[in-house]
Ligand binder design. Structure first.
Ligand SMILES: [Zn+2]
Length: 87
């Protein structure tokens, strides 16, 4: 199971090792391979939503781990994968 965690300007995904939230100053292993530190603005609450953009590497790894397809495959510039064979 994975959860999202905002840190260092992006919203990363991490393994949910416990159900509590991380404290200011905590570091965690993000799915993208980075180990960001949770800052004061990364603690969210009712009047304090996470507004930083999603880390694309974490998003890709998250979807791959859970088998969720990409939201807009036509928006990704990658070639192949979705092309239909025509004969
Ligand atoms: Zn990340």
């Amino acid at each position: 199971m994975y959860v999202w965690q905002q840190a260092e300007g992006q919203r990363h995904a991490r393994a949910a090792v416990h159900f509590g939230s991380l404290d200011v100053g905590a570091t965690f292993a993000a799915l993208c391979g980075s180990e960001p530190t949770v800052g004061e603005n990364d603690i969210h609450g009712p009047g304090k939503p996470w507004l930083d953009p999603t880390c694309l590497s974490c998003d890709t790894a998250f979807r791959r781990a859970l088998g969720i397809p990409a939201p807009r495959p036509d928006a990704t510039p990658r070639a192949g994968g979705l092309s239909k064979a025509r004969g």
